[in-house]
Design a protein around this ligand. Structure first.
Ligand code: KG4
Ligand code: ZN
Length: 333
């Protein structure tokens, strides 16, 4: 039997999870409301709140899983990518816990873990598959050949998809993180009300900064004509922006699927919680005969269950790291 404690602290969620023989038995997530009024995560505040939250989160993960801390066989933690101060809290905790309890340490790449969240549930994708990983800091198309044999075949050249949602929300006067709010208002709006440009980026790469700029000028000009424009049209603006972000993402996935001749398609990361994206992917799959994998909501945004499951698969390979390990804000894979 293998019991893995997973620790996630790369951005603004402190999370701890227990995985027993590949089954997630707890997944505790402590969010941070402190960033709401700043339009984005304030790194210094994030690391301080991680320090307050990490021990209670681990206690609760152990208690919900109905195990004792002495039952744990290994500690898996997010080494990167992420905010350095935030990563430092999780990494230091994991190292201290492993040292105090004489346990092996397992480093996990946060972006790989988002993809490996697909191996938590019973319905698992078969290798090879393509994963669209869309989060607050990354937008990648990943060719997944095996658990840890992954290749990035497309990525954003500027902003991430989550950033496009969050920055749009900020321009519309909505609090951080704006993605879930745009999703909510978009459900009530007309996606054809306004047309935003689709960037012409070659290959499988993405760009979202032009979209952000066009939304900025659009909002400025409309507010000049009518100061009540946003109040009167918020739902339609959200629906139109969301529709454009989704079409940018799915058009590249169609291209990737054709180029690599792979029809097993997954989505992962915070933006994969978006109801419009989930619906559009389902529609595209029906048209193109794709076998699709969409994570449960709790495994889309940051969580330690994905770290624990990734850690479990590394544990099976005896893939451990030493106490001299340090976090890496730009960890690659
Ligand atoms: O994966 P994640 O929790 O953290 C990072 O690794 O960055 O992703 C957070 C991102 C944020 O940009 C947030 O606005 C976005 O995911 N997000 C959404 C939704 N839920 C979270 N974006 C659009 N629609 C949603 N429902
Ligand atoms: Zn993430």
């Amino acid at each position: 039997m293998a019991i893995i404690l997973g620790i996630e602290s790369s951005c603004d969620d402190t999370s701890a999870s227990i995985c027993i023989d590949g089954k997630i038995c707890s997944n505790i997530i402590a969010g941070q409301l402190v960033h709401q009024n700043y339009g984005g995560v304030i790194p210094e505040l994030a690391s301080r709140v991680h320090q307050q939250n990490i021990i209670p989160a681990v206690h609760e993960a152990i208690s919900v899983a109905k195990i004792h801390k002495n039952d744990i066989d290994a500690v898996a933690f997010t080494r990167g990518p992420g905010l350095l101060g935030s990563l430092l809290v999780g990494t230091s905790f994991a190292k201290a816990f492993a040292l105090a309890n004489d346990l092996p340490l397992i480093e996990v790449n946060h972006m790989q873990a988002h993809i490996l969240a697909h191996f938590i549930e019973e319905n698992k994708p078969e290798f090879p598959f393509l994963c669209l990983t869309v989060s607050g800091g990354h937008t990648q198309i990943v060719l997944v050949r095996d658990y840890f044999d992954m290749e990035i075949i497309g990525q954003t050249t500027d902003d991430a998809a989550g950033e496009a949602f969050d920055k749009t929300a900020k321009l519309l006067g909505l609090p951080y993180p704006g993605g879930p709010l745009i999703d909510k208002y978009a459900k009530l709006g007309n996606k054809d009300a306004f047309k935003f440009p689709e960037p012409q980026i070659p290959g499988l790469d993405f760009s979202f900064s032009g979209l952000k700029t066009s939304i900025m000028y659009f909002v400025r000009d409309r507010l000049k004509e009518n100061p009540e424009f946003l109040k009167e049209n918020l739902n339609d603006v959200c629906a139109s922006v969301q529709d454009r972000i989704i079409s940018i993402l799915l058009n590249k996935m169609k291209k990737a699927s054709a180029q690599y001749q792979i029809k097993t398609i997954a989505i992962a990361g915070g933006v994969s919680a978006n109801s419009g994206l989930r619906g559009a992917l389902t529609d595209t799959a029906a048209l193109l005969n794709w076998d699709i994998y969409i994570p449960k909501f709790e495994y889309c945004t940051d969580n330690a269950a994905m770290i624990a499951i990734a850690g479990y698969h590394k544990y099976l390979k005896n893939d451990f790291v030493g106490q001299d390990i340090s976090p890496l804000a730009r960890l690659q894979f």
